[in-house]
Ligand binder design. Structure first.
Ligand code: PMT
Length: 432
């Protein structure tokens, strides 16, 4: 990624390094952030120093690596542990513009979720109001363990940004999910957080501005069956819609999430699992009258096979002729029926993004349309980040920078909150 010293310049980044084999990759991350213009302060757990020496980080970072919570006159210190500062964690927490934990082990994730503070890194994580980005890395079995996934749900609900690990070669020659995200992906997520937090306070903050509001959110791609084993689908992972549901829930709303995705969901969210556009239509319309706002982030199929074969189609019978018919346009139907609800649609575009989105805003009678360019590798389907053009029915529009999906969710929810009379400004004032 090209350095963006504008956003990175002088920003105080506490780089937390936990004890996993991927700790060696944090050295490269540290170097890249320093090169980009950030002031990087490495904080290593004791276990991290078993994998990489503090001296390596000290040589590359903006100041010496720190490893100890308890320092002072009786500590032998060896010069790099903030000797003499009795409260290094609060100083670090207060100085930080962002705290990045890479690699984040299952253990550090569990400690952060539980609020445990027993070393310098965990104490710093509790003693900060800065946004936190965690990049997990661990073996596939650990990564998929429900305890780890539930802890991550807790962290996301609190506004922590999670850079999902990748699949690939792991320690010991195993292959699977759990490899630390590439440094450029972590950099992108941190940059998105820094950019957003410098504009509007980030999504790490806890707000209760949506307390009592009722939200209906859709997520994921629908699957339209061809036969019992095949379907017409799309690339939606559900991350965008789940981020909206998570952030609305964290901000106090009562949230119902109609989703096709198997992604973990924060406690307190009412989940309705669906597969097809018709099931999503039924689930959404049944609840529409009871909510204050609807956010349609799902990628709903526009067409489905007219007839579903009762048995698996046989290759020997030749290429099948599949006749399609249109599905119901759920959003357009809600737009025609709304009585005071705030209606947010998304537009997945590949060309003339603003123009096509503006046409959908009008045709579907929505209050806010979030248009994303799904050809942008950092935006749209599957990735953890997104950037969008927000079009308001009043005519106002705003282009967001690259944000994490959680941060974009907060931008959208700010607009909805304003329309519900809960925000500090009207959408017009904010977007002009
Ligand atoms: O899930 P991710 O991997 O995180 O990816 C996120 C995303 C790219 C799916 C998301 O950001 C997004 O763009 N969602 C909308 C996808 C879409 O269906 O776009 P569209 O332009 O085809 O539809 C416009 C709007 O109409 C959408 O709000 C859609 O939910 C709605 N629609 C579409 C068809 C239909 N039959 N019924 C609908 O309600």
């Amino acid at each position: 990624m090209a350095p963006d010293s504008g956003a990175w310049g002088g920003r105080q980044v506490v780089l937390g390094v936990a004890g996993g084999i991927a700790a060696y990759k944090a050295v490269e991350l540290c170097r890249r952030m320093v090169d980009a213009g950030a002031h990087v302060i490495p904080v290593l757990t004791e276990d991290a120093t078993r994998f990489v020496g503090a001296l390596t980080f000290s040589a590359l970072a903006s100041e010496p690596a720190q490893t100890q919570l308890f320092t002072g006159p009786n500590h032998d210190g060896s010069g790099s542990d903030g000797v003499g500062d009795p409260i290094p964690h609060t100083r670090l927490g207060q100085r930080a513009d962002v705290i990045v934990v890479a690699p984040a082990t299952a253990r550090i994730i569990a400690k952060l979720a539980a609020g445990l503070s027993d070393d310098l890194l965990t104490a710093t994580l509790l003693a900060t109001r800065a946004p936190v980005v965690v990049a997990p890395a661990m073996h596939t079995e650990m990564w998929e363990h429900p305890a780890v996934q539930e802890n991550l749900v807790t962290l996301r609900r609190r506004g922590v940004h999670v850079v999902e690990p990748e699949s690939g070669r792991l320690a010991g020659g195993d292959v699977g999910a759990g490899r630390l995200a590439a440094p450029e992906r972590i950099m992108e997520a941190v940059l998105a957080v820094l950019t957003h937090s410098s504009v509007s306070g980030g999504s790490g903050t806890q707000r209760c501005d949506l307390a009592g509001a009722r939200f209906l959110v859709t997520a994921g791609g629908t699957r339209e069956p061809i036969d019992p084993v095949r379907f017409i689908g799309n690339r939606s992972s559900g991350k965008m819609g789940h981020a909206v549901a998570d952030r609305a829930n964290a901000r106090g709303a009562a949230v119902t999430l109609v989703t096709t995705s198997g992604l973990a969901v924060a406690e307190g969210i009412d989940v309705v699992c669906v597969a097809t556009a018709a099931e999503m239509h039924t689930a959404v319309t049944a609840r529409f009258d009871q909510v204050d706002a609807v956010v349609m982030a799902a990628a709903v199929a526009d067409f489905r096979p007219k007839a579903v074969a009762p048995d698996k189609l046989k290759k020997a019978d030749g290429a099948p002729e599949i006749i399609l018919e249109p599905t119901v346009d759920i959003l357009a139907e809600l737009g025609a029926a709304k009585r005071g609800q705030v209606l947010v649609g998304f537009a997945a575009e590949t060309e003339a993004v603003a123009e096509n989105a503006a046409a959908k805003l009008t045709a579907k009678n929505v209050d806010l349309l979030v248009a994303n360019d799904v050809l942008d590798p950092q935006a749209g389907f599957e990735v953890d980040t997104n950037r969008a053009i927000l079009l308001d029915s009043s005519g106002a529009s705003e282009e967001t920078p690259l944000l994490t999906k959680a941060a974009l969710a907060d931008v959208i929810l700010d607009r909805v909150a304003a329309r519900l009379g809960r925000g500090p400004t009207t959408p017009d004032q904010e977007m002009r």
